[in-house]
Design a protein around this ligand. Sequence first.
Ligand code: ACM
Length: 536
Amino acid sequence: MRRHHRTTPRVTRLLGSLLLLAAGTFTLGAAPAEHPSAGQRDAAPLGGIVPAPASVEPGGAPYRITRDTAVRVDDNREVRRVGAYLAGILRPSTGYRLPLTTHGHGGIRLRLGKGPFGAEGYRLHSGADGVTLTARTPAGLFHGVQTLRQLLPAAVERDSVQPGPWQVAGGTVQDAPRYPYRGAMLDVSRHFFTVRQVERYIDELALYKINELHLHLSDDQGWRIAIDSWPRLATYGGSTQVGGGPGGHYTKADYREIVRYAASRYLEVVPEIDMPGHTNAALASYAELNCNGTAPPLYTGTDVGFSSLCAPKPVTYDFADDVIRELAALTPGRYLHIGGDEAHSTSHADYVTFMDRVQPIVARYGKTVVGWHQLTGATPAKGALAQYWGLDDTDPAEKAQVVKAAQHGTGLVLSPADRLYLDMKYTEDTPLGQDWAGLVEVRRAYDWDPGHYLQGAPDSAIRGVEAPLWTETIRTSADIDFMAFPRLPGAAELGWSPAAGHDWDAYKVRLAAQAPRWDALGIGYYRSPQVPWPAG
Ligand code: ACM
């Protein structure tokens, strides 16, 4: 094997490596420049990935995966599973055997170890003899695997044998996330998505180190999760969707499969039952839930704000208790989202009553409340998270209410609709999506700082970011991909990467380099004119 020696390894913090990237300098630790085969050309320089790592120290010889490479793991069930996942990505495209083993030296090594990694960080060291990933937790190793993936040529993502070579730049990446909550939401109510479609999205999220999958499981147009004590919610309330299609719902076995698959990619599922508004599907399924005792028809339009559970009726809280109990039992994660947005048909007094009654139910079943930020207009439970979905120019009084709650201990997840709503059109010509929050081009989605977004909110209150995808106009996996790519990786970077390295001009170069990977994975994306995509 040809070695690529460097005489003076240079320590480069993130900013430095980004500047080098922006200048098009691909020599640091990258493939020898003399014979740039296609495979080498699109192998990333160390640090040339999304989200940008916390620190990068390029230098030394690269590592080349060959037919003799083994994946060496600690003798630990979960580490072995992460190793098997990595081998599962590498085998089809390299055509190598890549045996998983707990013995020997060199090759690709995954090990648990002590270090400044936190719960999700890792170190990746690449040199002539191998690539070693070290982390305190399997989650950290998994995120390190995503980095390793992106350091290999995009063709590694293909499912048939490709020519290679399979080279990883030499040096060390030390990485850990800025925020613990890095989420994406999928609305499976307005249009229903199958288990397999959700799992496809999970795989896309994992590539960018997203760790929370928020599922919007109920809305006016459809109830999507089986609840044994109120069976008509799913069988009738889930029987249609926007536009009047057949809809659908997850059986408990389906839902457990989604949770299991997400966990295998180190994502926590945050289930949402939106209440007291956005409840027409439930109200249509059970007449007794309505204040007037009459069930409305199913709804397949896209208006909001017309439905409400009946806050004064005791049965409302029996319903909430049953639903939350059954959903909590399906949920190994910490959170249960109770919605709370756009309750325009609920009086303020009823809204407060409802939230005062329902939040303790969530706690009783061992979960932490998450609500859209209107929850701060009631009294958020201790430890609750509020999800901010306002705009840059939302009424200052509304922002102040959220900030005040944050000052009193409510955690915040930031999903500004005119930044992170993936269903907003990119431009007036975007064939899918909505524009009520404005047009959201790729730069607009990326170029803001969650740490300074809500003036006066304490740093400790900002738990992270989430990119919601509402699906009034979204019906297929191709639709999901087109709206999420290329904005989703930007949301992921806002959640993961240090604020100090935030720089659109450097980011857009790293983002552009992702496109061949999306091509290889079959992910269609919006070719924004703001991004210097590779030709082709
Ligand atoms: C929302 O977009 N209604 C949370």
